[in-house]
Design a protein around this ligand. Structure first.
Ligand code: NAD
Ligand code: UDP
Length: 336
């Protein structure tokens, strides 16, 4: 039985599908602060299999221990946390509480239950301003906002834990920019309020919920002047977790990038999305967004080595097509 914390969220729900499809049993622990139960109903519909849902908070150590013991969990895939860079700047203590205190309590609960296998959702934001590209896992870590700093602190906590007890198996996965949706169109990203991220915003323009995209910066030192990112299909990312779990059969503590190794600009994404949706995406170029970097993409060799040859296989066209199917079938997300 695998415990998936935050399993009702965007990446968690897609990972539940891949875990169930690979023959695992799954229990999800989620406080639904940024998700709905509907995503987990849909996961079960896609897989034609059941999973167990427990409403609860990772900061409740006794509650987590109870779940681990009641269900005989053998590993934890840990997604639960807050993820908005902007909110982290205005509410840093909430971010430290959820992401750092929450993970600390979860690890305590695991320790008390003698369970020592965990996959942790980290982020490319731990690297900060690029000293070189692509980012290798050995690139210096220098996160520049509270969100990234909480990921960095948790990574350090995990490394310290492994140093103290090398019987742990710890996989730290640094995600680049996950986009897209399951090809069924049944699950996808459903942000609350105005999306901060590019793809949900573009998709909401395409479906008519918003008038135009603001392109943040047209004067970067990139081929077309707009920001470049390493977009990865969320299903490739989810499959990376299944591969990472397999590799945790041996005690280890490793950090790997999950990206494609390719960079695409904002305007590349707009074009690909227009093609996928058959809709036009009006946009206007605005000043740069504070804190943004020009370009960011992953070195991918270490992931392939640690994750049994795993690599991302879906291209930008597929990412946009699948994202659009989800948005078009669910114009208001899980809200109907
Ligand atoms: P999400 O918000 O869709 O999912 C997170 C889930 O965790 C939600 O279901 C939320 O209700 C739950 N949750 C939050 N705090 C909790 C708590 N204290 N106890 C129990 N449940 C809690 O986010 P996502 O995009 O699926 O991201 C999952 C993880 O991956 C996060 O840790 C995020 O920081 C990390 N990550 C995401 C991205 C991205 O672009 N989406 C990039 C890098 C890293
Ligand atoms: N971006 C944009 N308009 C938006 C949202 C994002 O032009 O409404 C740009 C942003 O400046 C960056 C890229 O799209 O170059 C990806 O941004 P996102 O917030 O999705 O990811 P991150 O900045 O965390 O990599």
């Amino acid at each position: 039985m695998i415990l998936v914390t935050g399993g009702a969220g965007y990446i968690g729900s897609h990972t539940c599908v891949e875990l169930l499809d690979a023959g695992n049993e799954v229990v999800v622990l989620d406080n639904f602060s940024n998700s709905s139960r509907a995503s987990l109903e849909r996961v079960q519909q896609i897989c034609a299999k059941r999973l167990t849902v427990v409403e609860g908070d990772i900061r409740d150590q006794a509650g987590v221990e109870k779940v681990l013991n009641d269900f005989g969990c053998t590993a934890v895939v840990h997604f639960a946390g807050l993820k908005s860079v902007l909110d982290s700047v205005t509410s840093p203590l909430d971010y430290y509480d959820n992401n750092v205190v929450g993970t600390h309590r979860l690890l305590r609960a695991m320790q008390a239950s003698q369970l020592k296998r965990i996959i942790f959702s980290s982020s490319a934001t731990v690297y900060g301003d690029p000293k070189f590209l692509p980012y290798t896992e050995d690139h210096p870590l220098n996160p520049v906002n509270p969100y990234g700093q909480t990921k960095f602190v948790v990574e350090q906590m995990l490394r310290g834990l492994f140093a103290s007890d090398p019987t742990w198996s710890i996989g730290i996965l640094r995600y680049f920019n996950p986009i897209g949706a399951h090809e069924s169109g049944l699950i996808g990203e459903d942000p609350k309020g105005v999306p901060n991220n590019l793809l949900p915003f573009v998709a909401q323009v395409a479906v008519g919920r918003r008038e135009r995209l603001n392109v943040f910066g047209g004067d970067y030192d990139t081929p077309d002047g707009t920001g470049v990112r390493d977009y990865i299909h969320v299903v490739d990312l989810a499959q990376g977790h299944v591969a990472a779990l397999k590799s945790l059969d041996q005690p280890a503590c490793f950090a790997v990038n999950l990206g494609t190794g390719r960079g695409n600009s904002v305007l590349d994404v707009v074009k690909a999305f227009e093609q996928a949706s058959g809709r036009s995406i009006p946009y206007s170029v605005q000043p740069r967004r504070a804190g943004d970097i020009a370009a960011c993409y992953a070195a991918t060799d270490r992931a392939a080595k640690h994750l049994g040859g795993w690599q991302a296989t879906r291209n930008l066209e597929t990412m946009c097509r699948d994202h659009w199917r989800w948005q078009n079938q669910n114009p208001n997300g899980y809200g109907g």
